[in-house]
Ligand binder design. Sequence first.
Ligand SMILES: C[S@@+](CC[C@H](N)C(=O)[O-])C[C@H]1O[C@@H](n2cnc3c(N)ncnc32)[C@H](O)[C@@H]1O
Length: 251
Amino acid sequence: MRTLLLIGIGTGHPEHLTLEAVQALQRVDVFFALDKGEEKEDLVRWRSEICARHLPNRPYRFVTAPDPVRDPSVACYPERVRAWHDARAVLYEEMLLRELGESGCGGILVWGDPCLYDSTLRVLASVRVRARVTFDMRVIPGISSVQALAASHGIVLNGIGEPVLITTGRKLAAGFPRDVDSVVVMLDGACIFNQLDEDLDIFWGAYLGSPEQLLRAGRVREVGAEIAQVRAEARKRRGWVLDIYLLRRRA
Ligand SMILES: C[S@@+](CC[C@H](N)C(=O)[O-])C[C@H]1O[C@@H](n2cnc3c(N)ncnc32)[C@H](O)[C@@H]1O
């Protein structure tokens, strides 16, 4: 039976990789990846560097396929994402059948943690449902950008005994949730925090874990505009930016 290891690799610091992840890497014969184009070149290079560093004497291969594009003509967002996942499932299925022997071990290196805002697990579930290729699967947890953010600022995400919500910029655009005080926001390309009416503190981080890491914190009304500017400049400089933030209602 083929084995597939989904390995969380953390968010850009070489030592984010857990000992369990390093051991998992050392079992892999073929690494699979979907190539997201030039914009994400740095992230692809990062994955290769991890393998070079931890597998100096072990033969392994990298197999990639171009990531399908989301079809903008599908107006409904969940439907558009589902169609994109289906296209990805077909690609993984083809790669597994073509490139991984019956008893081979495949690996997929997942940015951060595979269980948080990452589609790989859902896509592989679809591959299983299609039933053309069978495999055992294991998930190796990684340090997520949420943990990296909290650690970089040295903060606890939740108030004492209180919940914390993890959401996206797209959802936050509808307004700051009424029933929580602490909200972690990922996947926000539009600095939505600057559009909210509430009086909030922000703990913001970009390129967390990497030498280029950027951090800012303060009252949104005072530092929001500066964060938007720093973010725009960084994006221009590098061609891409990954950022995340915690918003907390002020007492
Ligand atoms: C598709 S999600 C992947 C999340 C990932 N699975 C995790 O565990 O962090 C991508 C989002 O994660 C956040 N992110 C990932 N890496 C980051 C980093 N190094 N610095 C800041 N934010 C990061 C950003 O909000 C980005 O838009």
